[in-house]
Structures are given as structure tokens and as C-alpha cells.
Design a protein around this ligand. Structure first.
Ligand code: PEP
Ligand code: MN
Length: 339
């Protein structure tokens, strides 16, 4: 529930209102806008008499919040969230580009790719150590050893690293990982999300294969409810009837998520399309419609990649994408602030 106060509310009445709400175990999150102050009420508001509130002198309006997510909701947090990662950030003025191979394969591979993507302007390095593969017979990732190699590449380049956790039992290995990724298949692993809520680390949540935006936001809410506000959302294509591309990239999620939430939104055109030549146009489109960043798979020798070679860019192709994206950035769509 949200209470919109009249301009310059009388202080005594405001104190009484707050005390009354607190007495019902409702916590109050005030946000001062340019003209009005709004009070975000968190807790069970089902027993609050909305008509009684509306009748108060200091109250302009009261709205019941339909969305079941509070922490992730733009209504309670007008300003964009900026997630700090090492010396960089996701959200705000920085356009984040997370690039690297689908899977960490060898020290040479991850270090070579890391240096190349850094040269082209990537802000973070990705690489999977624990791989969620559809077939149990496919390459499952180098697991703990993969993480060690990823950290070597981090040391070499200074790039913060992003890698996927598949199970809670792996968490102790992630101490030096900068951003923990929750993959599409684990988006609704609620026990995992709850635990990540206690880490304080940036958590990148990928949209589930058939998840609605509300479900994605509820997953973010799980992490945030544990006290961790460092959440990054990532659209990576959803399942539709179309088979020409690996998934269907739902770019309309960018402005919609920006409206619904203050969390940063990035786009993964690699998993969304599954086709390397489609990564550039979709990366450009994602940039144009206001995404906060991109996640792009880059391999030093895509034809020999152990995973997702068909969608992986060579370092040269990645450099070309970066130039195209940088040319678009100054013209990218920005959500107008709500009146
Ligand atoms: C990945 O980023 O390596 C990955 C497996 O992506 P997704 O969870 O989106 O399939
Ligand atoms: Mn991949």
C-alpha cells in the first residue's frame, strides 16, 4: 500500500499516522519526491482501513499495491539501483558489457579471451565453470578447477568476473567471484535465492525459459528479502513457438522492467538467438531500447568451443559489436521519470 501525502503535511498529524501504522507492525518507507512525499507501507496491510486513511487531512491519495514484490518495486524506490562491482558498476551511467566464453576450458583460452574482450571495452569477464547442460553426457564444465582458471584471468586483466552457481553446495567456492549468476534453469530455485540473499554479493538473475516478468521480479524479491539489494536482471530469450532462433529475445522487457523496477536490466543476445551473426543486430537493438548492459559469449576459437560455439563471437567480431554499440549509446532510449 502506498500513501501519497499532501504537500507540506502537518508534522503532528504525520507523527500520529506513522505511530498508528507502526502499531500494526507495518514498516514505513518514505520517499521524498519533488512535490510530494510518498509512504511505502511494507507488511500486512490487509487490515488497514483505506477509507479511513483517505479521510485524513494530510493524505492526498492511497493506493493498494497490486504487485507482490516490494523491494524490487519502482514505486518504493524511485531512483535506479546501481550495483557496484569492483571498480565498475551495473546501472546508472555505466553501460556494462560482460563478455567471455560460455565455458572455461583451459587457462590459455580464458586468459586470451579475457585480454581480448578487455581491449575491446568489456567491463566484466564471464565464463561458466558449473554448466547446466540439457544432456548429462555433454561437457559439464571444469567446476572448481574452472573457477581457479577464471580467477587467474581476473588477476591477469583486473576484470571482475561473473560465473554461474548451480547449487548451494558450491557457494563456498565463490568467495572471490564478483557477480554470482543464477541461470535461467535455476531462476525459481527459491532455496538458492534465499541463501544468496544473505551473501551481500551482486547476483545476476537470468529470466527463466518460460517465466513472466513478474516471476522474474519475484525471484529478485527472494534475494532482496534476505537483505541483498545487489540484484541485476538479465533477459536471455524465452520459449515461444518460433524455432528459427534458439529462443525469442523479448526486448520489450527492457522498458517494461524499467517501469516496474529500479534494478538494472541487461540483455544476453547470445543465448537469446543462438546464432553468432545475430548477436550484433540484437546487441545494437538492446542498447537502443535502454538496456543497462549486455552479456555476450566470446571464444578465441568458436568452432572448437566445448559449449555454445554456434553463438560465440570471435574477439574480432566482438570488437565490431562494441564499436556498433558505442555508436548507439549516446542515442539510447531513456525512461522518462514518472510525473
Ligand atoms: C550461461 O549464461 O552460461 C547460461 C547457461 O545461460 P542461461 O542460464 O541463460 O541458459
Ligand atoms: Mn552458453
Amino acid at each position: 500500500m502506498i500513501i501519497i501525502l499532501k504537500k507540506n503535511p502537518e508534522e503532528k498529524q504525520l507523527t500520529n499516522l506513522m505511530a498508528w501504522l507502526n502499531s500494526m507492525n507495518i514498516s514505513i518507507h518514505p520517499t521524498e519526491g519533488q512535490t510530494h512525499t510518498i509512504l511505502g507501507l511494507v507488511g500486512d496491510t490487509s487490515h488497514v482501513d483505506i477509507d479511513l486513511l483517505r479521510a485524513l487531512d494530510i493524505v492526498e491519495d492511497v493506493k493498494r499495491v497490486q504487485e507482490p514484490y516490494k523491494n524490487a518495486n519502482r514505486k518504493f524506490h524511485e531512483d535506479d539501483t546501481i550495483v557496484k562491482v569492483g571498480d565498475t558498476q551495473v546501472g546508472g551511467d555505466v553501460f556494462s558489457v560482460i563478455a567471455g566464453p560460455c565455458s572455461i576450458e583451459t587457462e590459455e583460452q580464458i586468459c586470451e579471451v579475457a585480454e581480448a574482450v578487455k581491449r575491446s571495452g568489456a567491463t566484466m569477464l564471464r565464463g561458466g565453470a558449473f554448466k547446466p547442460r540439457t544432456s548429462p553426457y555433454a561437457f559439464q564444465g571444469l567446476r572448481g578447477h574452472g573457477l581457479e582458471l577464471l580467477l587467474k584471468a581476473k588477476k591477469l586483466t583486473g576484470l571482475p568476473v561473473v560465473t554461474e552457481i548451480m547449487d548451494l553446495s558450491q557457494l563456498s567456492l565463490f568467495d572471490e567471484v564478483d557477480v554470482i549468476q543464477v541461470g535461467a534453469r535455476n531462476m525459481q530455485n527459491f532455496e538458492l535465492l534465499k541463501e544468496l540473499g544473505h551473501t551481500g554479493k551482486p547476483i545476476l538473475i537470468k529470466r527463466g525459459l518460460s517465466s513472466t516478468l513478474q516471476e522474474l521480479l519475484m525471484s529478485a524479491e527472494y534475494v532482496m528479502a534476505g537483505g541483498n539489494d545487489n540484484v541485476i536482471l538479465c533477459e536471455r530469450g524465452i520459449r515461444t513457438f518460433e524455432t528459427a532462433t534458439r529462443n525469442t529475445l523479448d526486448l520489450s522487457c527492457v522498458p517494461m522492467l524499467k517501469k516496474l523496477t529500479h534494478l538494472p536490466v541487461i540483455i544476453d543476445p547470445s543465448h537469446a538467438t543462438g546464432i553468432s551473426w545475430m548477436v550484433k543486430p540484437m546487441a545494437m537493438a538492446a542498447t537502443a531500447c535502454g538496456a543497462d548492459g549486455l552479456m555476450i559469449e566470446v571464444h578465441n576459437d568458436p568452432k572448437k568451443a566445448l559449449c555454445d560455439g554456434a553463438q560465440s563471437l570471435t574477439p574480432a567480431a566482438f570488437d565490431d559489436v562494441m564499436q556498433a554499440v558505442n555508436a548507439i549509446l549516446p542515442h539510447a532510449y531513456k525512461m522518462p521519470k514518472e510525473a
